[in-house]
Design a protein around this ligand. Structure first.
Ligand code: SF4
Ligand code: SF4
Length: 214
């Protein structure tokens, strides 16, 4: 799930300087699930903008904004509420904002900051577990990602700073490599620790990445 956090409402207002008629759009996928861009947050933003002197031409929460064709269709279905707007405030991750920017002539403004790909530990608590590196090594690390969960992203650890299973960079965090050892030990695979992992080939993951299965 893409974890987003709200920008300050005043910052959103400042982006909208010179724009009077605003459409507010939320995303019924990740942003709705974590409570940053669902119906409730869209209604709050709409109320705030109206109270700040803007005309809100309409609101919608679509599912999901990053689905380019689906989002274009959903925006067309909004009719005049969208066409009359000077600008759209988008309460989704940056991928969704860019979909709207491509789909419409009007300017699209982000109301959220996209932070990371996260696991939902419980409502309101999210942990980063995968950095989308493009070459997954979880098969040899006991299902614990060293790229993301080691503060130094070490593919061969632990570093010399690990102390009693904790990370030297943040002693409140478990050392990822201590976790890797524990997981491998549970499944009788500690010999995997003896192998040296090769550096990743970052040329395979040059941005922007495109995948076409057609
Ligand atoms: S190694 Fe880590 S960052 Fe790379 S794909 Fe696997 S879980 Fe994600
Ligand atoms: S202590 Fe462990 S998690 Fe922290 S930087 Fe060193 S190897 Fe990585």
């Amino acid at each position: 799930m893409i974890i987003t956090k709200p920008k300050a409402k005043e910052a959103v207002l400042s982006m909208l300087e010179g724009y009077d008629k605003i459409f507010v759009l939320g995303c019924n996928s990740c942003a709705e699930t974590i409570g940053t861009g669902g119906p409730e947050q869209v209604a709050e933003m709409s109320e705030f903008l109206a109270g700040s002197g803007k005309t809100v031409t309409g609101t919608a929460v679509i599912d999901p904004i990053c689905h380019v064709l689906g989002a274009k269709r959903a925006l067309r279905e909004q009719g005049e509420a969208v066409s009359e707007a000077d600008a759209v405030v988008v309460m989704s991750c940056g991928a969704g904002v860019q979909t709207v920017s491509e789909a419409l002539e009007q300017a699209a403004f982000p109301a959220l900051d996209s932070v990371f790909l996260g696991n939902v530990i419980r409502h309101g608590i999210y942990d980063e577990r995968c950095s989308l590196c493009g070459e997954c090594v979880l098969d040899v690390t006991g299902g614990v990602c060293p790229v993301t969960r080691c503060a130094k992203g070490l593919l061969n650890g632990p570093c010399g700073g690990m102390s009693e299973g904790k990370c030297e960079v943040d002693p409140d965090q478990d050392c990822a490599w201590a976790l890797i050892y524990e997981r491998l030990a549970k499944s009788g695979r500690t010999e995997k620790m003896a192998a040296t992992m090769k550096p990743k080939d970052h040329s395979l993951h040059r941005k922007p990445v495109k995948i076409s299965n057609r």
